[in-house]
Design a protein around this ligand. Sequence first.
Ligand code: COA
Length: 164
Amino acid sequence: MKNTVAIYPGSFDPITLGHLDIISRGAKMFNKVIVVVMSNVHKNSGCFTIDERVEMIKKSVSHIENVEVDHFDGLLANYAANKNADVIVKGLRAVTDFEYEFQMALTNKKLNPDVETIFLTTSAENMYLSSSMVKQIASMGGDITDFVPHAIHNDIVKRLKKGD
Ligand code: COA
């Protein structure tokens, strides 16, 4: 296979096991995967700072050799061009994700025709997982063990515990 660089973008507020699943599978398919923390205009500034999100992702992927972590404040299509990327990888959870993802993929293709968007189907156990769900459960004292990478479990719990 050709020397492929893939970009996995998201807000990662925080990274979950669903994201880690896509990163691990992507790392087997592509020579390099760059996980990039970006902002979604439809969301507020988020719960964790950009630096915290980057740190948590780094801790979560430290066992995977060909993964880099970065952040970028701008258009994904431009970031992909800067990095000479071949592919944007996204995880598709349910049919409800499809229309929005399709719109983003077509827009990114228009802005940067050199990059292809590839969708990986989310594993069944992560189908209904989201960063918002993790934040809600942790802030109410629930158990998030099955939802977040082991390496950052305590960081999230400590940070979101009520009263902190
Ligand atoms: N497993 C479990 N959960 C997953 C998942 C998976 N495989 N993939 C995504 N999710 C969750 C995320 O945690 C997120 O949860 P939340 O809404 O509770 O935070 C939700 O699904 C949506 O994720 P995603 O579709 O990746 O959106 P995002 O907000 O994380 O990221 C950007 C969107 C940042 C990639 C997009 O807005 C972007 O490209 N921004 C840059 C600016 C730009 O170029 N705009 C034009 C785009 S056309």
